[in-house]
Design a binder for this molecule. Structure first.
Ligand SMILES: Cc1cc2nc3c(=O)[nH]c(=O)nc-3n(C[C@H](O)[C@H](O)[C@H](O)COP(=O)(O)OP(=O)(O)OC[C@H]3O[C@@H](n4cnc5c(N)ncnc54)[C@H](O)[C@@H]3O)c2cc1C
Length: 498
Protein backbone atom coordinates (compact mmCIF):
# COMPACT_ATOMS: atom_id res chain seq x y z
CA UNK A 1 0.00 0.00 0.00
CA UNK A 2 1.55 3.30 -1.04
CA UNK A 3 -0.81 5.94 0.33
CA UNK A 4 -1.40 5.97 4.09
CA UNK A 5 -3.53 9.10 4.54
CA UNK A 6 -6.99 10.00 3.20
CA UNK A 7 -9.66 12.54 4.16
CA UNK A 8 -12.28 9.87 4.84
CA UNK A 9 -12.03 6.15 5.49
CA UNK A 10 -15.05 3.90 5.02
CA UNK A 11 -14.74 0.46 6.65
CA UNK A 12 -16.86 -2.15 4.86
CA UNK A 13 -17.80 -1.82 1.18
CA UNK A 14 -21.22 -3.37 1.72
CA UNK A 15 -24.73 -2.08 1.21
CA UNK A 16 -24.40 1.25 3.03
CA UNK A 17 -20.59 1.52 2.89
CA UNK A 18 -20.50 1.60 -0.91
CA UNK A 19 -23.16 4.34 -0.94
CA UNK A 20 -21.27 6.53 1.55
CA UNK A 21 -17.94 6.07 -0.22
CA UNK A 22 -19.39 6.87 -3.65
CA UNK A 23 -21.22 9.98 -2.48
CA UNK A 24 -18.18 11.31 -0.61
CA UNK A 25 -15.97 10.66 -3.63
CA UNK A 26 -18.46 12.38 -5.94
CA UNK A 27 -19.09 15.43 -3.80
CA UNK A 28 -16.45 16.10 -1.13
CA UNK A 29 -13.59 16.97 -3.48
CA UNK A 30 -11.32 15.04 -1.13
CA UNK A 31 -9.70 11.64 -1.15
CA UNK A 32 -11.69 8.71 0.15
CA UNK A 33 -10.52 5.17 0.99
CA UNK A 34 -12.89 2.20 1.13
CA UNK A 35 -11.73 -1.01 2.80
CA UNK A 36 -13.71 -4.17 2.02
CA UNK A 37 -12.99 -7.60 3.54
CA UNK A 38 -14.10 -9.50 0.43
CA UNK A 39 -13.18 -9.40 -3.25
CA UNK A 40 -14.34 -7.17 -6.09
CA UNK A 41 -17.72 -8.09 -7.60
CA UNK A 42 -17.13 -6.41 -10.95
CA UNK A 43 -17.37 -8.95 -13.78
CA UNK A 44 -18.28 -11.73 -11.32
CA UNK A 45 -21.33 -13.27 -12.98
CA UNK A 46 -22.08 -15.57 -10.07
CA UNK A 47 -22.60 -12.45 -7.94
CA UNK A 48 -24.20 -10.16 -10.51
CA UNK A 49 -26.81 -12.64 -11.82
CA UNK A 50 -29.61 -12.19 -9.31
CA UNK A 51 -31.07 -15.66 -9.93
CA UNK A 52 -27.86 -17.24 -8.64
CA UNK A 53 -28.30 -15.82 -5.12
CA UNK A 54 -29.07 -19.15 -3.36
CA UNK A 55 -25.82 -20.61 -4.75
CA UNK A 56 -23.76 -18.01 -2.88
CA UNK A 57 -24.88 -19.32 0.51
CA UNK A 58 -22.06 -21.01 2.47
CA UNK A 59 -19.43 -20.19 -0.19
CA UNK A 60 -16.17 -18.24 -0.06
CA UNK A 61 -18.29 -15.06 -0.48
CA UNK A 62 -20.32 -15.69 2.68
CA UNK A 63 -19.15 -15.15 6.27
CA UNK A 64 -21.73 -17.87 7.05
CA UNK A 65 -21.90 -17.25 10.80
CA UNK A 66 -23.11 -19.95 13.21
CA UNK A 67 -25.31 -18.90 16.13
CA UNK A 68 -25.33 -19.91 19.79
CA UNK A 69 -27.66 -22.77 20.90
CA UNK A 70 -31.28 -21.54 20.93
CA UNK A 71 -33.34 -23.16 23.73
CA UNK A 72 -36.61 -22.02 22.10
CA UNK A 73 -35.54 -21.80 18.45
CA UNK A 74 -33.46 -23.54 15.81
CA UNK A 75 -29.79 -23.72 16.79
CA UNK A 76 -28.81 -24.91 13.29
CA UNK A 77 -29.50 -21.61 11.56
CA UNK A 78 -26.49 -20.20 9.70
CA UNK A 79 -26.45 -16.44 9.16
CA UNK A 80 -25.38 -15.56 5.62
CA UNK A 81 -23.42 -12.29 5.26
CA UNK A 82 -22.00 -11.21 1.92
CA UNK A 83 -18.20 -11.01 2.00
CA UNK A 84 -17.74 -9.18 -1.30
CA UNK A 85 -17.97 -5.62 -2.59
CA UNK A 86 -21.64 -4.66 -2.20
CA UNK A 87 -21.89 -6.85 0.93
CA UNK A 88 -25.30 -8.40 1.43
CA UNK A 89 -26.71 -6.36 -1.46
CA UNK A 90 -24.43 -8.51 -3.64
CA UNK A 91 -25.85 -11.68 -2.08
CA UNK A 92 -29.51 -11.00 -1.34
CA UNK A 93 -32.69 -11.69 -3.27
CA UNK A 94 -33.21 -7.97 -4.02
CA UNK A 95 -36.76 -7.59 -2.69
CA UNK A 96 -37.07 -3.82 -2.56
CA UNK A 97 -39.18 -1.80 -0.12
CA UNK A 98 -38.70 1.73 1.15
CA UNK A 99 -39.05 2.08 4.92
CA UNK A 100 -42.75 2.36 5.90
CA UNK A 101 -43.93 5.59 7.54
CA UNK A 102 -45.17 3.59 10.50
CA UNK A 103 -41.66 2.43 11.37
CA UNK A 104 -40.34 5.98 11.16
CA UNK A 105 -43.06 7.01 13.61
CA UNK A 106 -41.87 4.31 16.03
CA UNK A 107 -38.27 5.51 15.60
CA UNK A 108 -39.33 9.10 16.39
CA UNK A 109 -41.14 7.91 19.53
CA UNK A 110 -37.88 6.27 20.59
CA UNK A 111 -35.99 9.56 20.48
CA UNK A 112 -34.63 9.53 16.92
CA UNK A 113 -34.72 13.13 15.69
CA UNK A 114 -34.86 14.25 12.07
CA UNK A 115 -35.94 10.92 10.55
CA UNK A 116 -39.64 11.64 9.94
CA UNK A 117 -41.04 10.45 6.62
CA UNK A 118 -40.83 14.02 5.24
CA UNK A 119 -37.17 14.30 6.29
CA UNK A 120 -36.26 10.87 4.92
CA UNK A 121 -38.11 11.34 1.59
CA UNK A 122 -35.31 13.26 -0.24
CA UNK A 123 -32.86 10.48 0.56
CA UNK A 124 -35.24 7.81 -0.71
CA UNK A 125 -35.50 9.93 -3.84
CA UNK A 126 -31.71 10.11 -4.19
CA UNK A 127 -31.30 6.38 -3.87
CA UNK A 128 -34.05 5.71 -6.39
CA UNK A 129 -32.18 7.90 -8.88
CA UNK A 130 -29.28 5.43 -8.60
CA UNK A 131 -30.96 2.10 -7.86
CA UNK A 132 -33.22 0.78 -10.59
CA UNK A 133 -36.32 -1.16 -9.47
CA UNK A 134 -38.40 -3.55 -11.53
CA UNK A 135 -41.53 -5.54 -10.81
CA UNK A 136 -41.24 -9.06 -12.24
CA UNK A 137 -43.70 -9.76 -15.05
CA UNK A 138 -46.69 -11.81 -13.85
CA UNK A 139 -45.84 -14.88 -15.92
CA UNK A 140 -45.80 -17.65 -13.34
CA UNK A 141 -49.15 -19.43 -13.59
CA UNK A 142 -49.07 -20.65 -9.99
CA UNK A 143 -48.10 -17.17 -8.80
CA UNK A 144 -51.01 -15.60 -10.66
CA UNK A 145 -53.43 -18.17 -9.25
CA UNK A 146 -52.01 -17.62 -5.77
CA UNK A 147 -52.78 -13.91 -6.03
CA UNK A 148 -56.31 -14.58 -7.29
CA UNK A 149 -56.83 -17.05 -4.43
CA UNK A 150 -55.60 -14.49 -1.90
CA UNK A 151 -58.06 -11.95 -3.32
CA UNK A 152 -60.79 -14.54 -2.91
CA UNK A 153 -59.64 -15.04 0.70
CA UNK A 154 -59.93 -11.31 1.44
CA UNK A 155 -56.47 -9.93 0.62
CA UNK A 156 -56.58 -7.15 -2.00
CA UNK A 157 -53.89 -6.94 -4.67
CA UNK A 158 -51.32 -4.27 -3.78
CA UNK A 159 -49.04 -2.38 -6.16
CA UNK A 160 -45.87 -2.04 -4.10
CA UNK A 161 -44.46 0.48 -6.58
CA UNK A 162 -47.22 2.94 -5.63
CA UNK A 163 -48.36 2.24 -2.09
CA UNK A 164 -47.03 1.39 1.33
CA UNK A 165 -47.58 -2.08 2.72
CA UNK A 166 -50.92 -2.90 4.27
CA UNK A 167 -52.73 -6.22 4.50
CA UNK A 168 -52.82 -7.59 0.97
CA UNK A 169 -50.85 -9.46 -1.67
CA UNK A 170 -48.66 -8.48 -4.61
CA UNK A 171 -45.59 -8.94 -6.76
CA UNK A 172 -42.49 -7.52 -5.10
CA UNK A 173 -40.39 -4.82 -6.64
CA UNK A 174 -36.81 -6.04 -7.09
CA UNK A 175 -33.67 -3.89 -7.25
CA UNK A 176 -32.45 -5.27 -10.55
CA UNK A 177 -32.05 -4.36 -14.20
CA UNK A 178 -32.97 -7.36 -16.35
CA UNK A 179 -31.17 -10.34 -14.83
CA UNK A 180 -28.52 -8.22 -13.09
CA UNK A 181 -28.84 -7.20 -9.44
CA UNK A 182 -28.69 -3.53 -8.54
CA UNK A 183 -26.45 -3.96 -5.54
CA UNK A 184 -24.88 -0.89 -3.96
CA UNK A 185 -21.64 -1.68 -5.79
CA UNK A 186 -23.36 -2.02 -9.19
CA UNK A 187 -25.57 1.04 -8.69
CA UNK A 188 -23.02 3.36 -7.05
CA UNK A 189 -19.45 2.15 -7.67
CA UNK A 190 -19.25 0.47 -11.09
CA UNK A 191 -17.16 0.86 -13.13
CA UNK A 192 -14.46 1.06 -10.47
CA UNK A 193 -12.10 2.54 -13.07
CA UNK A 194 -14.10 5.81 -13.02
CA UNK A 195 -12.83 7.01 -9.66
CA UNK A 196 -9.16 7.88 -10.13
CA UNK A 197 -7.66 9.50 -7.02
CA UNK A 198 -11.04 10.47 -5.57
CA UNK A 199 -11.78 6.96 -4.31
CA UNK A 200 -9.32 4.17 -3.59
CA UNK A 201 -10.98 0.81 -3.05
CA UNK A 202 -9.00 -1.78 -1.15
CA UNK A 203 -10.62 -5.20 -1.55
CA UNK A 204 -9.61 -8.31 0.43
CA UNK A 205 -8.67 -5.86 3.19
CA UNK A 206 -10.00 -6.86 6.58
CA UNK A 207 -9.79 -4.08 9.17
CA UNK A 208 -8.88 -5.41 12.61
CA UNK A 209 -9.01 -2.22 14.68
CA UNK A 210 -9.99 1.45 14.63
CA UNK A 211 -7.19 3.69 15.91
CA UNK A 212 -7.79 6.63 18.29
CA UNK A 213 -5.60 9.45 19.57
CA UNK A 214 -5.35 10.46 23.24
CA UNK A 215 -8.47 12.65 22.93
CA UNK A 216 -10.53 9.67 21.71
CA UNK A 217 -10.66 11.04 18.17
CA UNK A 218 -10.81 8.25 15.55
CA UNK A 219 -7.71 8.79 13.44
CA UNK A 220 -7.12 5.63 11.45
CA UNK A 221 -7.59 1.91 10.87
CA UNK A 222 -5.37 -1.13 11.19
CA UNK A 223 -5.19 -2.81 7.76
CA UNK A 224 -3.42 -6.08 6.89
CA UNK A 225 -0.54 -3.92 5.59
CA UNK A 226 -0.27 -1.46 8.45
CA UNK A 227 -2.09 1.64 9.71
CA UNK A 228 -3.90 4.04 7.38
CA UNK A 229 -5.03 7.44 8.63
CA UNK A 230 -8.09 9.67 8.10
CA UNK A 231 -7.85 13.46 8.37
CA UNK A 232 -11.58 14.03 8.71
CA UNK A 233 -13.81 11.10 9.67
CA UNK A 234 -14.09 7.33 9.70
CA UNK A 235 -17.33 5.62 8.75
CA UNK A 236 -17.96 2.13 10.08
CA UNK A 237 -20.22 0.07 7.79
CA UNK A 238 -19.53 -3.60 8.53
CA UNK A 239 -23.12 -4.69 9.23
CA UNK A 240 -25.06 -5.77 12.31
CA UNK A 241 -22.56 -8.44 13.39
CA UNK A 242 -19.18 -7.04 12.40
CA UNK A 243 -19.74 -3.39 13.31
CA UNK A 244 -20.24 -4.11 17.04
CA UNK A 245 -17.41 -6.64 16.87
CA UNK A 246 -14.97 -4.07 15.46
CA UNK A 247 -16.12 -1.42 17.95
CA UNK A 248 -15.44 -3.81 20.84
CA UNK A 249 -12.04 -4.83 19.46
CA UNK A 250 -11.24 -1.11 19.30
CA UNK A 251 -12.20 -0.44 22.94
CA UNK A 252 -15.81 0.75 22.55
CA UNK A 253 -18.46 -1.40 24.21
CA UNK A 254 -19.65 -2.78 27.54
CA UNK A 255 -16.69 -2.15 29.87
CA UNK A 256 -16.92 -5.47 31.76
CA UNK A 257 -16.90 -7.42 28.50
CA UNK A 258 -13.85 -5.53 27.19
CA UNK A 259 -12.01 -5.97 30.47
CA UNK A 260 -12.77 -9.70 30.37
CA UNK A 261 -10.82 -9.86 27.09
CA UNK A 262 -8.08 -7.53 28.42
CA UNK A 263 -9.03 -4.86 25.90
CA UNK A 264 -8.60 -1.16 26.71
CA UNK A 265 -11.85 0.68 27.53
CA UNK A 266 -11.95 3.90 25.51
CA UNK A 267 -15.70 4.37 25.95
CA UNK A 268 -18.02 2.30 28.10
CA UNK A 269 -20.93 1.85 25.68
CA UNK A 270 -23.23 -0.83 27.12
CA UNK A 271 -25.50 -0.74 24.05
CA UNK A 272 -22.84 -2.05 21.65
CA UNK A 273 -23.96 -5.54 20.60
CA UNK A 274 -27.30 -5.34 22.44
CA UNK A 275 -30.74 -5.20 20.76
CA UNK A 276 -29.94 -7.85 18.11
CA UNK A 277 -33.11 -8.06 15.98
CA UNK A 278 -34.19 -10.21 13.05
CA UNK A 279 -37.13 -11.41 11.00
CA UNK A 280 -37.48 -15.03 12.11
CA UNK A 281 -39.55 -17.12 9.73
CA UNK A 282 -40.99 -20.58 9.46
CA UNK A 283 -42.43 -22.53 6.55
CA UNK A 284 -45.41 -24.55 5.40
CA UNK A 285 -45.24 -26.35 2.04
CA UNK A 286 -47.41 -28.56 -0.07
CA UNK A 287 -46.73 -31.21 -2.68
CA UNK A 288 -48.46 -30.15 -5.89
CA UNK A 289 -50.58 -32.45 -8.00
CA UNK A 290 -48.82 -31.30 -11.19
CA UNK A 291 -45.53 -29.74 -12.23
CA UNK A 292 -44.93 -26.40 -10.55
CA UNK A 293 -44.09 -23.61 -13.05
CA UNK A 294 -40.56 -22.33 -12.53
CA UNK A 295 -40.67 -19.04 -14.49
CA UNK A 296 -39.26 -16.68 -11.90
CA UNK A 297 -36.43 -14.18 -11.59
CA UNK A 298 -35.33 -15.06 -8.06
CA UNK A 299 -37.95 -17.64 -6.83
CA UNK A 300 -39.61 -15.50 -4.09
CA UNK A 301 -41.47 -12.78 -5.95
CA UNK A 302 -44.83 -12.59 -4.23
CA UNK A 303 -45.53 -11.20 -0.77
CA UNK A 304 -48.63 -11.52 1.37
CA UNK A 305 -49.05 -9.19 4.35
CA UNK A 306 -51.57 -9.90 7.13
CA UNK A 307 -52.57 -8.14 10.34
CA UNK A 308 -53.19 -10.46 13.27
CA UNK A 309 -53.16 -8.14 16.28
CA UNK A 310 -51.57 -4.78 15.46
CA UNK A 311 -53.89 -2.12 16.96
CA UNK A 312 -53.32 0.24 13.99
CA UNK A 313 -54.11 -2.43 11.41
CA UNK A 314 -50.53 -2.54 10.12
CA UNK A 315 -49.25 -5.91 8.90
CA UNK A 316 -47.53 -7.85 11.66
CA UNK A 317 -47.11 -11.00 9.61
CA UNK A 318 -45.49 -11.30 6.19
CA UNK A 319 -45.24 -14.29 3.87
CA UNK A 320 -42.95 -14.92 0.95
CA UNK A 321 -44.50 -17.28 -1.60
CA UNK A 322 -42.24 -19.53 -3.69
CA UNK A 323 -42.78 -22.27 -6.31
CA UNK A 324 -40.46 -24.68 -4.53
CA UNK A 325 -40.22 -26.52 -1.20
CA UNK A 326 -38.30 -24.33 1.25
CA UNK A 327 -36.88 -27.42 2.96
CA UNK A 328 -33.44 -26.21 4.09
CA UNK A 329 -34.38 -26.60 7.76
CA UNK A 330 -37.22 -29.16 7.59
CA UNK A 331 -35.40 -32.05 5.93
CA UNK A 332 -32.69 -32.12 8.62
CA UNK A 333 -35.49 -32.69 11.19
CA UNK A 334 -37.02 -35.55 9.17
CA UNK A 335 -39.85 -33.78 7.34
CA UNK A 336 -40.54 -34.98 3.80
CA UNK A 337 -39.87 -32.95 0.68
CA UNK A 338 -40.63 -33.14 -3.01
CA UNK A 339 -39.37 -31.08 -5.94
CA UNK A 340 -42.99 -30.60 -7.08
CA UNK A 341 -43.98 -28.33 -4.21
CA UNK A 342 -44.73 -24.74 -3.25
CA UNK A 343 -44.23 -22.85 0.03
CA UNK A 344 -45.44 -20.01 2.17
CA UNK A 345 -42.92 -18.68 4.70
CA UNK A 346 -44.57 -16.69 7.51
CA UNK A 347 -42.26 -14.20 9.21
CA UNK A 348 -42.78 -11.88 12.17
CA UNK A 349 -42.78 -8.35 10.75
CA UNK A 350 -41.70 -6.66 14.00
CA UNK A 351 -40.30 -9.49 16.05
CA UNK A 352 -39.73 -8.58 19.70
CA UNK A 353 -37.09 -11.03 20.94
CA UNK A 354 -33.75 -9.31 21.44
CA UNK A 355 -30.41 -11.04 21.17
CA UNK A 356 -26.83 -10.00 21.62
CA UNK A 357 -23.52 -9.88 19.72
CA UNK A 358 -20.34 -10.31 21.75
CA UNK A 359 -16.70 -11.10 21.16
CA UNK A 360 -15.74 -14.74 21.13
CA UNK A 361 -12.09 -13.81 21.45
CA UNK A 362 -9.85 -10.75 21.31
CA UNK A 363 -8.51 -12.18 18.04
CA UNK A 364 -10.03 -10.22 15.14
CA UNK A 365 -9.98 -13.36 12.99
CA UNK A 366 -12.49 -15.12 15.27
CA UNK A 367 -16.17 -14.87 14.27
CA UNK A 368 -18.38 -12.86 16.63
CA UNK A 369 -20.49 -14.63 19.22
CA UNK A 370 -24.10 -14.31 18.04
CA UNK A 371 -27.03 -15.21 20.28
CA UNK A 372 -30.43 -14.25 18.87
CA UNK A 373 -32.46 -15.56 21.84
CA UNK A 374 -35.21 -16.32 19.33
CA UNK A 375 -38.76 -16.61 20.78
CA UNK A 376 -37.80 -15.34 24.24
CA UNK A 377 -39.82 -12.10 24.34
CA UNK A 378 -41.66 -12.05 27.68
CA UNK A 379 -45.27 -12.25 26.45
CA UNK A 380 -44.67 -14.90 23.78
CA UNK A 381 -45.55 -12.54 20.93
CA UNK A 382 -43.04 -13.94 18.42
CA UNK A 383 -44.10 -17.53 19.10
CA UNK A 384 -47.77 -16.60 18.74
CA UNK A 385 -47.41 -14.68 15.46
CA UNK A 386 -45.41 -17.47 13.85
CA UNK A 387 -47.81 -20.18 15.02
CA UNK A 388 -50.83 -18.22 13.83
CA UNK A 389 -48.98 -17.62 10.56
CA UNK A 390 -48.79 -21.36 9.92
CA UNK A 391 -52.46 -21.77 10.81
CA UNK A 392 -53.59 -18.88 8.60
CA UNK A 393 -51.57 -20.22 5.64
CA UNK A 394 -53.11 -23.63 6.09
CA UNK A 395 -56.63 -22.17 6.17
CA UNK A 396 -55.89 -20.04 3.12
CA UNK A 397 -54.86 -23.06 1.09
CA UNK A 398 -57.73 -25.23 2.32
CA UNK A 399 -60.42 -22.61 1.72
CA UNK A 400 -59.31 -20.90 -1.49
CA UNK A 401 -59.03 -22.13 -5.07
CA UNK A 402 -55.36 -22.86 -4.53
CA UNK A 403 -56.51 -26.13 -2.92
CA UNK A 404 -56.94 -27.45 -6.48
CA UNK A 405 -53.12 -27.47 -6.79
CA UNK A 406 -52.55 -29.52 -3.65
CA UNK A 407 -51.73 -33.21 -3.47
CA UNK A 408 -50.88 -33.08 0.26
CA UNK A 409 -49.31 -30.88 2.93
CA UNK A 410 -45.70 -32.05 3.40
CA UNK A 411 -44.60 -29.86 6.32
CA UNK A 412 -45.66 -29.58 9.03
CA UNK A 413 -48.18 -32.17 7.74
CA UNK A 414 -51.58 -33.29 9.05
CA UNK A 415 -50.18 -34.77 12.29
CA UNK A 416 -49.56 -31.24 13.60
CA UNK A 417 -52.89 -29.81 14.75
CA UNK A 418 -52.83 -28.35 18.27
CA UNK A 419 -51.35 -24.94 19.05
CA UNK A 420 -48.56 -26.65 21.01
CA UNK A 421 -47.69 -28.96 18.10
CA UNK A 422 -47.72 -26.16 15.54
CA UNK A 423 -45.68 -23.83 17.75
CA UNK A 424 -43.06 -26.52 18.42
CA UNK A 425 -42.81 -27.27 14.69
CA UNK A 426 -42.68 -23.62 13.63
CA UNK A 427 -39.86 -22.84 16.05
CA UNK A 428 -37.89 -26.04 15.43
CA UNK A 429 -37.63 -25.55 11.65
CA UNK A 430 -37.46 -21.76 11.83
CA UNK A 431 -34.96 -19.94 9.67
CA UNK A 432 -33.89 -16.35 9.32
CA UNK A 433 -34.89 -14.00 6.51
CA UNK A 434 -31.27 -12.79 6.93
CA UNK A 435 -32.19 -9.37 8.32
CA UNK A 436 -30.06 -8.91 11.48
CA UNK A 437 -30.14 -5.32 12.73
CA UNK A 438 -30.15 -3.07 15.77
CA UNK A 439 -26.85 -3.85 17.52
CA UNK A 440 -25.64 -0.22 17.62
CA UNK A 441 -28.94 1.49 17.83
CA UNK A 442 -29.58 5.12 17.03
CA UNK A 443 -31.50 7.35 19.42
CA UNK A 444 -31.41 9.88 22.21
CA UNK A 445 -27.76 10.12 23.36
CA UNK A 446 -28.97 10.34 26.98
CA UNK A 447 -30.33 6.79 26.72
CA UNK A 448 -27.45 4.59 27.97
CA UNK A 449 -28.27 1.86 25.44
CA UNK A 450 -28.04 4.02 22.32
CA UNK A 451 -24.72 3.87 20.45
CA UNK A 452 -25.14 6.59 17.82
CA UNK A 453 -27.01 9.89 17.85
CA UNK A 454 -29.46 10.95 15.15
CA UNK A 455 -26.51 12.06 12.97
CA UNK A 456 -25.01 8.56 13.24
CA UNK A 457 -22.10 9.79 15.42
CA UNK A 458 -20.72 7.22 17.87
CA UNK A 459 -21.11 8.37 21.46
CA UNK A 460 -18.06 8.87 23.69
CA UNK A 461 -15.58 9.50 20.84
CA UNK A 462 -15.23 11.90 17.91
CA UNK A 463 -14.63 11.39 14.22
CA UNK A 464 -16.53 8.11 13.96
CA UNK A 465 -19.98 7.37 12.47
CA UNK A 466 -21.85 4.18 11.72
CA UNK A 467 -23.84 3.58 8.53
CA UNK A 468 -25.42 0.14 8.28
CA UNK A 469 -28.31 -1.99 9.61
CA UNK A 470 -26.82 -1.98 13.11
CA UNK A 471 -28.24 1.52 13.74
CA UNK A 472 -31.90 0.43 13.35
CA UNK A 473 -33.61 1.31 16.66
CA UNK A 474 -36.31 -1.30 15.98
CA UNK A 475 -36.92 -3.92 13.32
CA UNK A 476 -38.91 -2.52 10.41
CA UNK A 477 -41.95 -4.24 8.91
CA UNK A 478 -40.47 -4.93 5.45
CA UNK A 479 -37.28 -6.28 3.86
CA UNK A 480 -34.61 -3.82 5.00
CA UNK A 481 -32.00 -3.38 2.23
CA UNK A 482 -33.36 -0.14 0.74
CA UNK A 483 -33.56 1.33 4.24
CA UNK A 484 -29.84 0.55 4.58
CA UNK A 485 -29.15 2.27 1.24
CA UNK A 486 -31.10 5.28 2.58
CA UNK A 487 -28.99 5.29 5.77
CA UNK A 488 -25.89 5.40 3.54
CA UNK A 489 -27.31 8.40 1.68
CA UNK A 490 -28.09 10.17 4.96
CA UNK A 491 -24.66 9.48 6.41
CA UNK A 492 -22.96 10.97 3.35
CA UNK A 493 -25.21 14.01 3.61
CA UNK A 494 -24.35 14.50 7.30
CA UNK A 495 -20.65 14.36 6.42
CA UNK A 496 -20.91 16.68 3.43
CA UNK A 497 -22.97 19.29 5.32
CA UNK A 498 -21.11 19.23 8.62
C1 LIG B 1 -29.12 -14.24 1.62
C2 LIG B 1 -29.71 -12.91 1.93
C3 LIG B 1 -30.92 -12.52 1.33
C4 LIG B 1 -31.48 -11.28 1.64
N1 LIG B 1 -32.57 -10.87 0.92
C5 LIG B 1 -33.01 -9.59 1.07
C6 LIG B 1 -34.01 -9.05 0.19
O1 LIG B 1 -34.47 -9.73 -0.74
N2 LIG B 1 -34.41 -7.78 0.41
C7 LIG B 1 -33.93 -7.01 1.44
O2 LIG B 1 -34.38 -5.88 1.61
N3 LIG B 1 -32.97 -7.49 2.26
C8 LIG B 1 -32.47 -8.74 2.07
N4 LIG B 1 -31.44 -9.19 2.85
C9 LIG B 1 -30.93 -8.30 3.92
C10 LIG B 1 -30.14 -7.11 3.41
O3 LIG B 1 -29.39 -7.48 2.27
C11 LIG B 1 -29.25 -6.58 4.54
O4 LIG B 1 -30.06 -6.20 5.63
C12 LIG B 1 -28.42 -5.36 4.15
O5 LIG B 1 -27.87 -5.54 2.87
C13 LIG B 1 -27.33 -5.14 5.19
O6 LIG B 1 -26.51 -4.08 4.79
P1 LIG B 1 -25.29 -3.57 5.72
O7 LIG B 1 -24.70 -2.39 5.03
O8 LIG B 1 -25.79 -3.41 7.10
O9 LIG B 1 -24.26 -4.76 5.77
P2 LIG B 1 -23.50 -5.52 4.59
O10 LIG B 1 -24.17 -5.29 3.29
O11 LIG B 1 -23.35 -6.92 5.06
O12 LIG B 1 -22.08 -4.81 4.52
C14 LIG B 1 -21.03 -5.06 5.41
C15 LIG B 1 -19.74 -5.12 4.60
O13 LIG B 1 -18.64 -5.00 5.50
C16 LIG B 1 -17.64 -5.93 5.12
N5 LIG B 1 -16.85 -6.18 6.34
C17 LIG B 1 -17.25 -6.80 7.46
N6 LIG B 1 -16.29 -6.75 8.40
C18 LIG B 1 -15.26 -6.07 7.85
C19 LIG B 1 -13.98 -5.66 8.33
N7 LIG B 1 -13.59 -5.94 9.59
N8 LIG B 1 -13.15 -4.98 7.50
C20 LIG B 1 -13.55 -4.68 6.23
N9 LIG B 1 -14.77 -5.03 5.73
C21 LIG B 1 -15.60 -5.70 6.54
C22 LIG B 1 -18.40 -7.12 4.59
O14 LIG B 1 -17.61 -7.94 3.78
C23 LIG B 1 -19.54 -6.43 3.85
O15 LIG B 1 -19.20 -6.14 2.52
C24 LIG B 1 -30.86 -10.42 2.59
C25 LIG B 1 -29.65 -10.80 3.17
C26 LIG B 1 -29.07 -12.02 2.84
C27 LIG B 1 -27.75 -12.40 3.45
Amino acid sequence: MTQSQFAYIVIGGGTAGAVVAARLAEQSGEQVALFEAGPNDEGQERVLQLRNWPNLLETDLDFDYPIEPQPRGNSLIRHARGRVLGGCSSHNSSIAFLIPDYDLQIWAEMGVEGWSSAEVAPFNQRLLEKVHLETPPPVNQLGMEMIAAANQFGFPTLDFSREQVRPGVGWFQLNKKGPIRQSSSVAYLHPLSQWGERLTIFTNSYISRILFDAQCQAIGVQTPHGPVYAEREIILACGAFDTPKLLMLSGLGPADHLIHFRLPVLADLPGVGENLLDHPESVIYWQANRDVPQETTQFWEIGLFACLEDPHGWPDLMYHFGPQPFDMQTVRYGFPTNPRAFSLTPNIARARSQGVVRLRSADAAAPPLIDFRYFTDPDGYDDRILREGIKLARRFIQESDLRHWVERELAPGPAFQTDEEISAYARQVSNTVYHPAGTCRMGDPADPLTVVDSHLRVKGVTGLRIADASVFPTMIGVNPALTVFMIGERCADFLLNR
